[in-house]
Design a protein. Sequence first.
Length: 528
Amino acid sequence: MSLKQSFPGVPGDFVLMFSSGVQDGVPAVLSYRRNAAEPGYFMVLAAPADQQVRPVPGGRSIVLVVDRSGSMRGEKFLQAQQGIRRLLESLNADDHFDLVVYDSDVELFRNELQMATPENIQLALQWADALKPQGGTNISEGLAAALRLTAKGERPAWVLFLTDGLPTAGVTDEKQIAALASGENVGQARIFSLGVGYDVNSRLLDRLSAAHRGRTAYVPPGEQIDAAVAAIEAGIASPLLTDLQLRLIDADGKEPDGITQMWPKKPTDLYRGEVFVYTGRYRNAGDVQFQLTGRRDGVPVTLMGSGQLTARSSDSALSFVERLWAGRRIAELTAQMDQNGESEELLTELLELSKKHGILTPWTSFLADERQSLDAVTALPALRGAVREQAKRVSGAAAVHSRSSLQRLAASAGALPAEKSGADNADLIALFGDNAVARPALGGAGELFPAPGQASAVANTDAVGQVKPAVRGPRVIGNRSFFWKEGCWMEVDLQPADRNLAHDCDEVHTEPQTHHRSGNRAAAYRFP
């Protein structure tokens, strides 16, 4: 076996995780619990056995919304037109479609959805080929026009929304745009956002996609827009399951007590090549059944499985279940503060989860600075400043990469890529400890996403992945996290009074050296 992609300078072991339990659509259940005093964590994996691609019965409603503002002039708009062509040529006979373009104003190919007949597709292509970029960027009206087309809800609907800039005409406040979209989306269309370049409002795009059961993709400068449009269309061409929800049932047929913080919280969709991942915490151990309901080809389906929520794990082999849950919780906390501002409670929880599990995001990357104490007294003010600084960044390379890293963490509970190219395997890797730009092996080590102070350096590089930060990312062994402090790898739960007993910083041992003082454990490791 060989790796398709390597990450120079990224130390750590390669860990291959696979499940033999996801068979014939039967959910696989994994649980992990450090000890009886703490909550346990569970994960449910499921995928339908039938992965065959076939047209959606009755067809789909597809609306492509394209930015034709002046900033799209040149190669970008030529690629966008090619993306329109690839999308239209991939439609099925039962599909309905329309095209919406916006600059300072909005123009539609037709004022209502059209059947995907060869004649209509040819007319739409001729119309699109004649378009010329001009004017400003009226995102609000472009979105509203697209959503009105799907208002009747006659078929499952998807809106593909493409932009390369910030809103400059019509409604420009991102919260108002998001509220407008929610009000107009009476047909419950899925919104897939496609940001072109780094000048987009990444927070707005993520907000729209998250609120309307879609995904956000970004096309970096120099990459092909038409290929990105085609990739989205290929994904939504044949949804495997829609409206997915999970229900837990105990021996009495009731929902068990003590199940908390489950994700995803809302119904979700599963596309070809994805595995459904559901995570949560539990208090009471025992046998449990899992009922996964959704729709396939418009027909209700149910997948059943059973498993055990363990009272206490005998080892740390499944500790990644807890870490996966923590990654999703970190993404949720960060998104809340990114959109609504910070609070003391959210900051404290984010700090503790990041330290405990060694998961760093652009918001918490400062923790890897050797000079930064992990103590809450000094770390909380630093975190508060980082959150506020990141909240100001809605566009630019740093903002796009920051929110992309959150998306990968958020994927830890939801639709997970089942098979990807080498480059895209980072999405899966990220769930178990991606520190962003250079991605680590599962459960291993990784370089950091640049901290806010390093963002300008990132923006000025040709390839973000080539930036080598001056700090070391955390290391994770089983369920234990280590940060490089005072010239040593220090375990997160190590008390300050015990650090001098842990080891001489000039003597880093290949095997752990364990010392005891007041019941606290201290260990030193050599990380290759």
